[in-house]
Design a protein around this ligand. Structure first.
Ligand SMILES: Cc1ncc(COP(=O)(O)O)c(C=O)c1O
Length: 446
């Protein structure tokens, strides 16, 4: 991958902060010019890593970039039906403002799609369209939370600390161990959810690539219902924000589970967030949505209308067409799943081989998303020039310099003591480039 390709992907990908890392020093010097919220937004660790990659690529190195939560369209093109649908809609004059809740045909299409694929019973009033999952998440935070309200979320996870910051909410992160697949359990959440206003869950999970099973999710949903039963009529409830942007990217026998299906009593409290971004390798098309109780959706649409975060009208028309076309979706996902499985499988088997050869490497079996979880226990190991490595940030830099392989420590996802776990994203690499990167990584670890 070239510098420019990786740079473009990295700046637009799953980073939490829009500002480049280099601006953070300047920002620190002049906090009085901007609001406290703006001044305290942290430069994303992923952007800092992207800057490192840029530097090396500028010096002529070819980097196997496993950092970006995005797709290289040459490896993972968006569905042809989506692309031609957008072109046709533009030609047909779909160029004006869409309604602030989204085009009626897309809201209907999302409701019908969820009915067919997830068994949910929704109407258009339960759906609000946005320009991707991010504005939907933002609107959910702003709709549910007042400043100071408590948000419970598991770590490692994607960007919840930043959304808390923006909403002025109080974060209550719950660290989840590898033994629980990096996902929360009812036992871990039992005490944190007391008095909280929002519980955020993400499955399949960015960064670990793991997913809830029915029992774990049902237990958590029952906890939400039980917590709400303790609240008086005048108290605001605990809502559950369920981010399922990777749900169509489950592999093999893995089945996605939804709160309202495993525990119907939780439905009045569930806000689901989703998008075409990951499921259809269409991160730049910017169509997402939230579903949930009609009153909450109305308020979220009000927030979005002021931000102007509507999905482009032509993209909405095309997405409505795509979501109604089960055959095209199934055909598309057949090849996309195979391409993901080949790449994540290559990472898992390379790690297995390294482990079998006595190297301090582990990995989780790939079951969903575009992310592989790899553990590198390199603390205290010596580099070629005799320097001992300390911590996963050090290991990350070593692998980048020595092997030209770029990966992200779970530290970047809110776990300070990450045990040497890293996220490897495969959306932007070809299989041969990945295989040669893995071989270089092995040589660097050996
Ligand atoms: C868990 C999760 N939710 C939401 C998003 C953002 O999706 P979108 O590009 O549709 O805003 C991402 C992007 O990486 C993600 O990983």
């Amino acid at each position: 991958m070239t510098l420019d390709a990786s740079t473009n992907l990295a700046t637009a990908a799953d980073t939490g902060s829009a500002a480049p890392a280099s601006s953070s020093a300047a920002r620190d010097k002049a906090p009085s010019r901007v609001s406290r919220a703006a001044a305290s937004l942290r430069a994303s660790a992923i952007l800092r890593i992207a800057a490192d990659i840029r530097e090396l690529t500028a010096a002529g190195r070819s980097i196997c970039n496993l950092t970006v939560g995005d797709f290289n369209p040459r490896e993972f093109p968006a569905p042809a039906e989506l692309v031609s649908g957008i072109q046709e809609a533009l030609r047909a004059g779909e160029t004006n403002y869409p309604p602030s809740s989204g085009l009626p045909e897309l809201r209907d299409a999302v409701a019908a799609f969820y009915g067919r694929r997830l068994g949910l019973e929704l109407k258009a009033e339960n759906v609000v369209i946005a320009s991707g999952a991010r504005p939907a998440i933002y609107a959910a935070y702003r709709t549910i939370l007042d400043p100071g309200d408590v948000v419970v979320y598991s770590t490692p996870s994607w960007n919840n600390a930043d959304y808390c910051q923006i909403a002025g909410a109080t974060p209550r992160p719950v660290v989840c161990p590898v033994g629980d697949a990096f996902l929360p359990t009812r036992a871990a959440l039992e005490s944190p959810v007391r008095g909280a206003r929002l519980l955020v869950l993400n499955s399949p999970l960015n960064p670990a690539g793991t997913a809830f099973d029915v029992d774990t999710l049902r237990d958590i949903c029952q906890l939400v219902v039980a917590e709400n039963a303790t609240r008086g009529a005048n108290e605001r409830p605990l809502f559950l924000l369920y981010d399922q942007v990777y749900w169509m990217l489950t592999l093999g026998d893995t089945r996605h589970v939804h709160p309202s299906i495993v525990c119907p009593d939780v439905e009045p409290y569930v806000i689901t967030v989703d998008a075409i971004s990951k499921a259809f390798a269409a991160t730049g098309v910017r169509v997402g949505w939230a579903t949930g109780p009609a009153d909450v959706m109305r308020h979220m649409a009000d927030f979005l209308s002021h931000v102007g975060a509507w999905a482009p009208r032509a993209a909405q028309v095309a997405t409505a067409g795509l979501l109604g076309d089960d055959e095209s979706i199934d055909t598309y996902h057949q090849s996309m799943h195979a391409a993901i499985a080949a790449r994540l499988g290559a990472i898992h088997s390379a790690c297995g081989d390294m482990r079998a050869a006595g190297l301090p490497v582990g990995s989780l079996p790939p079951i969903a998303t575009i992310y592989g979880s790899v553990q590198l226990e390199l603390d205290g190991r010596l580099t070629k020039d005799g320097r001992p490595l300390h911590g996963s940030e050090d290991a990350r830099r070593y692998l980048l310099q020595e092997a030209g392989v770029a990966i992200i420590p779970f530290q970047a996802f809110g776990v300070p003591n990450d045990g040497g776990w890293f996220r490897c994203s495969i959306g932007a690499v070809s299989l041969p480039a990945l295989q040669s990167g893995l071989a270089r990584m092995r040589a660097a670890i050996e």
